[in-house]
Write a protein that binds this ligand. Sequence first.
Ligand code: 13P
Ligand code: SF4
Length: 319
Amino acid sequence: PEQKTALKERIKRLLKEQQAVLVAHYYVDADLQDLAEETGGCVSDSLEMARFGRDHPAKTLVVAGVKFMGETSKILSPHKRVLMPDLDATCSLDLGCPADEFAAFCDEHPDRTVVVYANTSAAVKARADWMVTSSIGLDIVAHLHAQGKKILWAPDKHLGGYIQKQTGADMLLWQGSCLVHDEFKSVELELLRQQHPRAKILVHPESPAAVVAQADVVGSTTQLIAAAQTLDADEFIVATDNGILHKMKMAAPGKRFIDAPTAGNSATCKSCAHCPWMAMNGLQNLADVLESGSNEIHVDAEIGRKAVICIDRMLDFAA
Ligand code: 13P
Ligand code: SF4
């Protein structure tokens, strides 16, 4: 613990010295989330991370999350330095949607409006008409559907399928998935609900349809935390990365939160529903990159210029 305290103090000093701000996702280590808040940074969902990084005057953004979050920050602020604790922290959705295959898919369907999830590479975004996050994807697709647009959606099949069902839009879906949310099990969730009949069910829409179908609230990480706070219930079953529980418990003290079942859920498995890439962010590597200035995110200027269009569209729509 002493080492931890010393590391935190070092990070605070370095953030000041470097005129840097820490932008963290709810799935990263609780210490990093707390540090972000204590030092005037932010801890939030993907949409808010993007907006915060763009609007903050700091010269350096340190993004504690995964690669697509760092890239989005860099695309929105090409003149800021964007650092990440570990450049290998990626995402199964990003990995499952290579830019060349995606471009070929788009070429086959020129009549469709291309909507991509934030969890993609800069090169995939450069090919898209719209980028969306889980907090606003449904509203944006509903808006496009109302204009009679047909959609090509990538990469998350579960989020895409959920939006398709809710909006009735014509959507052609790329078949990617999040390796964390894909593991939530619907039959086991039904059994758990029987044991906790008064619990409300909070589900991130990257989960399989049969899990989403049992939800009281479906939403982004920020929306799920808000639901835990505002819903009139003492008990919640939570189907998303368990990194979120730190903030949920702070937002709704006294309430009880139960992990939704995954294939590996058991008394011996403490980190089943936890993203291995989010877990690569720690106090030590955060301090090290601030000290050395290594692990800077670079986005090809031409790709960045194209990709910013679809991100700005989302941010303007959200404003
Ligand atoms: P949100 O925080 O935008 O809901 O995204 C969830 C996620 O999977 C990020 O990796
Ligand atoms: Fe990607 Fe899933 Fe990890 Fe989020 S939790 S970064 S969607 S693999």
